[in-house]
Design a binder for this molecule. Structure first.
Ligand code: NAG
Ligand code: NAG
Length: 307
């Protein structure tokens, strides 16, 4: 004989053994992120509810069992991490309704919630029941990337991934041609977001768009596939830019050097006579040249006695 049945028989004989019965009318609750989850729980007990206790616990694959809510002697105790989010049951002693509501549900709130009711001395029977909660989340903006040399005849792999999303998003790729018309991709695509284009040809260059989709929504990202975005081309561009910088530096140095040489001209032996004759003027001229360095002055002075 089943234990319950035996108890029932016992009740019918003695008429004084009571059974508590806890029920969760909705065993599966699915909410979207940010919404409230109503966790329903009702109980039946023939006893007065003066010694009533209610406890809601939560457990998920990534968290240890933790208490969410506790009720005893007419007092609500909400666990700190749930403060401000839990709506406690309203007068559960009279309504026999131990339902709670949790607002602003997050992905981490998905799991199993257990409702336990004890009403001493009515302790036998089904004192607990579960509610399984799923939290749906729209895929977050995916990240599109290109791997491989984007050159004709090469293998190119495009990947797409959303960090968040529940249920796990599925990914699809399409190609947008010059007129932004959606074209099917010529390659092997997987639901995990990987698109392989073997032996890429110019017909496959263009803009590629990935869409991450789940039951709640979708998000997209696009990436340009043109020969210019290849790694080799980027390296070339970097080297080119560096060479350009070096060239500019060389030109600047050359100009500066030429200008300096020009200023030395007056101390050339052929022109030295002219310079000594108009010495005060030359002195004035050199004063007005602010870029003159001490070395060049020294040079000019050292040469003077020779004249
Ligand atoms: C229990 O309470 C909840 C929220 O207060 C309510 O939505 C639900 O309908 C109630 N259940 C019953 C059986 O009264
Ligand atoms: C790549 O494509 C070109 C032209 O489309 C073809 O001639 C060549 O044989 C292909 N190579 C491979 C390895 O498939």
């Amino acid at each position: 004989m089943y234990p319950t049945l035996r108890l029932l028989v016992l009740i019918s004989i003695t008429g004084c053994v009571e059974l508590i019965s806890v029920k969760t009318p909705q065993k599966h609750v699915t909410v979207t992120m940010g919404e409230s989850a109503l966790l329903q729980c009702t109980f039946v007990s023939a006893e007065e509810t003066t010694a009533l206790t209610i406890q809601w616990d939560f457990v998920s694959p990534s968290t240890m069992m933790q208490q969410v809510y506790y009720y005893q002697a007419g007092q609500d105790v909400i666990t700190d991490s749930y403060k401000g989010r839990v709506q406690p049951p309203y007068s559960p002693g009279t309504t026999r309704n131990a339902s709670i509501s949790i607002s602003n549900m997050q992905a981490s709130d998905a799991g199993v919630y257990t409702c336990q009711v004890h009403n001493f001395p009515d302790v036998d029977g089904e004192s607990e029941a579960n509610v399984i909660v799923k939290v749906l989340e729209k895929p977050s903006a995916p990240y599109c990337s290109v791997h491989g040399d984007v050159e004709s005849g090469h293998l190119v792999t495009l990947t797409c991934h959303s960090e968040c999303g529940s249920p796990t998003p599925k990914y699809t790729w399409i190609r947008l041609d010059q007129t932004k018309t959606r074209r099917p991709v010529l390659g092997r695509a997987t639901e995990t977001g990987v698109l392989e284009i073997r032996n890429i040809s110019e017909f496959e260059f263009g803009e590629y768009q990935c869409t991450a989709t789940n039951a709640v929504g979708f998000s997209t990202c696009t990436i340009e596939l043109s020969p210019e975005v290849g790694d080799g081309v980027i390296a070339g561009a970097v080297i080119g830019a560096l060479l350009g910088c070096v060239l500019i530096l060389l030109v600047v140095w050359f100009i500066a050097h030429t200008l300096k040489k020009r200023r030395y001209k007056p101390v050339n032996p052929s022109e030295a006579n002219e310079m000594t004759r108009s010495a005060p003027q030359a002195q004035q001229a050199s004063d007005s040249v602010t870029v003159a360095t001490p070395a060049s002055n020294l040079h000019a002075e050292g040469d003077e006695p020779q004249a």
